[in-house]
Design a protein around this ligand. Structure first.
Ligand code: AMP
Ligand code: MG
Length: 355
């Protein structure tokens, strides 16, 4: 059978501006048969399967090595389909959907019977998103209308922002990757939970708390997000795992810019003396100030969106360089900065040094 490992992974280049009907049809057939297809979205590449087929969902967990209690996001292409899989949708949920869909926003509601527990990690709620990417939308429409898709990385690795990342992680484990080029945003969607009395942000993303509050009024942040060792576990099961992680140890250094630079220079010297290969994540503004180590810029501090877009690819670049330890500057938590810092802190396994 096609899903026996190892299998050949077909990489289909597909042009966003002129989407090949045959490629979409072939990918859609795979999904309809319960198979897996990796595809681009505006946030990161997703690994898709028919969300209403429990066996298909199980294959996602197998291919990624994802813990089975970590639920999948169901992707739709038509706003009206929301009601087919979710119930008790509050007015504010409809309003947010109208405002931000298609887009990098995931909303959680009570699930309807048709959504299998295999898709929701055993929960009676379902996470739903309408992605803003023509290839993703075409694939969803041409297949089953409901595609469960987590990020298309091997579990624990940085999310893929290029088809090549997917190939490196999942080659031989999935039958097809639709290569639509680099993604636009580079960080996963904002997740808002509507399954309780008041809306709560479970994962920060490109759509910020402020943007959401402007539309529906007060929303809170999941208290489990803020504190690493708090007694409160994060409500999105996926947020409790070390995630987005490079192979090397990552240490975030936070403080005034001059202090950060001199602390990192000191750590680099120490690392060299210990015979360790060290890397630095700096910015266009600061890279020239580091004295040794493998120094890479994540972008300019003037454009936070670019920093978001480069983050995961940069972490993967360090993997290829076989460094033992990476020291990174920190970023402002304004706007999308909140999502960037959330992912970086997780990638660092909460090792943040204040200087
Ligand atoms: P990924 O698609 O890899 O970005 O991961 C999806 C994220 O959404 C994970 O952190 C999940 O734990 C979270 N998630 C999905 N469905 C639910 C749900 N029903 N309740 C809470 N969190 C969810
Ligand atoms: Mg993920």
């Amino acid at each position: 059978m096609w899903y026996n490992r190892p299998m050949k992974t077909l990489v289909e280049k597909i042009d966003v501006d002129n989407i090949g009907k045959q490629q979409i049809a072939a990918a859609a057939r795979l999904i309809q048969q319960g198979g897996l297809v990796a595809f681009p979205t505006e946030t990161v590449y997703g690994l898709g399967a028919d969300a209403l087929n429990p066996l298909a969902s199980k294959r996602i967990y197998e291919a990624k090595g994802r813990p089975s209690d970590n639920p999948l996001i169901v992707h739709i292409a038509d706003f009206a389909d929301l009601e087919k899989i979710a119930k008790e949708i509050p007015k504010k949920g409809w309003i947010l959907g109208e405002q931000f869909w298609p887009g990098p926003l995931t909303m959680i509601f009570q699930k309807k019977e048709c959504v299998p527990l295999e898709t929701t990690g055993g929960l009676d709620t379902v996470a739903v998103r309408m992605p803003n990417h023509p290839i993703a939308l075409a694939l969803i429409k041409a297949s089953t209308g409901f595609i469960a898709a987590p990020s298309a990385n091997a579990s624990g690795r940085p999310s893929p922002t290029l088809a090549e990342h997917v190939y490196l992680d999942l080659e031989g484990r999935i039958p097809m990757i639709l290569d639509g080029g680099p993604v636009g945003i580079g960080i996963e969607s904002t997740i808002v939970d509507f399954s309780e009395a008041a809306p709560v942000i479970l994962r920060p993303g490109y759509i910020t708390k402020e943007m959401i509050q402007e539309v529906i009024g007060e929303v809170s942040m999941d208290p489990g997000l803020e504190h690493s060792n708090s007694a409160v576990p994060p409500k999105a099961p996926g947020m409790k795992y070390r995630h987005y992680a490079p192979r090397a140890d990552l240490i975030l250094v936070e403080g005034q810019q001059e202090n950060v630079i001199s602390a990192i220079n000191h750590f680099l010297e120490e690392a060299r003396m210990q015979g360790k290969k060290a890397g630095v994540i700096g910015t266009d503004e600061t890279c020239g100030l580091y004295k040794e180590g493998i120094i890479k810029s994540i972008g300019t501090r003037k454009e936070t969106a670019v920093i978001a877009k480069h983050l995961y690819a940069l972490l993967r670049e360090f993997d290829d360089l076989d460094v033992d330890i990476i020291y990174s500057e920190s970023f402002s938590r304004e706007g999308i900065g909140q999502a960037i810092m959330n992912r970086m802190i997780k990638a660092a396994g909460h090792r943040v040094l204040k200087v």
